[in-house]
Design a protein around this ligand. Structure first.
Ligand code: NAP
Length: 230
């Protein structure tokens, strides 16, 4: 199969189209004929050598994909050859075929096409696990999404609105209009405005992409019983 591989870390010029052995599905895995994949911030960092794959994972880049089930490993139920699916991957998505654990493979709803689906699993699983499962965002609450213009942020704004929350977001000024189109109502240019002052004690849930640098201001922005996920 053809795959995009790297033999050294660096800028996009290190990406090469090469021939690689076809993967075969191990026990509990689904082999997918890849139709689409995506570019996440983590892929850029991996290409630069700043985000090594987990032990045992494919050296081929690519953290998610969509495609068609080509073969089922032993013990896999719930999928059939020919099903359209998308998958969260530990690596290997930048290739014509990839084997993924069945638990990381999801069927495609009929209204989602194979190209769109290749960019969904990473952001959807991250946002749902943090904002919904851990932080328990509820209708009527105020969700603050840092980096609303990014991959995670654009998805989080839409999930927040779909769940009936009010959404505030931080982003660069030129991208705030798009955040508003996606559903954010409180728009904060993080270069010039202080979200902690604007939201003082009102944010029920904060989805943070900055970590230590924002901790004190995030705590100031949180409401009583507020939840901060990093
Ligand atoms: N993408 C994924 O699937 C995924 C999965 C798990 C974890 N993560 C983590 O989630 C974080 C975001 O990833 P991403 O893929 O969404 O990255 P991204 O698409 O590159 O977006 C990063 C965003 O951060 C914003 N930003 C930069 N400095 C900021 C600041 N001081 N305050 C607020 N926002 C700021 C940028 O806004 P402007 O461009 O408007 O300036 C940009 O929209 C990263 O830490 C990543 O490791 C991502």
């Amino acid at each position: 199969m053809r795959a995009i591989t790297i033999t050294e870390f660096g800028d996009p010029a290190v990406l090469q189209l090469t021939e690689q052995p076809d993967p075969s599905p191990g026990s509990g895995e689904v082999l997918i004929d890849v139709a689409s994949t995506s570019v996440n911030r983590a892929d850029l960092m991996q290409r630069q050598g700043r985000y090594p794959p987990p032990p045992g994972a494919s050296e081929i880049l690519g953290l998610e994909c969509a495609g068609t089930v080509a073969e089922l490993g032993d013990g896999v139920t719930g999928f059939a050859v020919g099903d359209e699916v998308c998958a969260l991957l530990a690596g290997g998505g930048y290739a014509e075929r990839v084997a993924a654990p069945a638990g990381q493979v999801m069927p495609l709803p009929p209204e989602v096409d194979l190209v769109t689906a290749g960019g969904v699993p990473e952001v959807a699983c991250t946002v749902w696990s943090t904002v919904v499962r851990h932080a328990g965002l509820a209708a009527g609450e105020l969700l603050l999404v840092h980096g609303g213009s990014g991959g995670i942020g654009t998805h989080a704004i839409q999930v927040g609105r779909a769940l009936g929350a009010q959404v505030a977001t931080t982003a660069s000024a030129q991208r705030l209009a798009r955040c508003a189109e996606l559903g954010a109502e409180v728009l904060i240019d993080y270069h010039d405005q202080d979200f902690a002052e604007q939201l003082a004690g009102r944010a029920d849930v904060i989805l943070d992409n900055m970590g230590a640098k924002y901790l004190a201001r995030n705590l100031a922005a949180l409401a009583p019983d507020g939840r901060l996920v990093v």
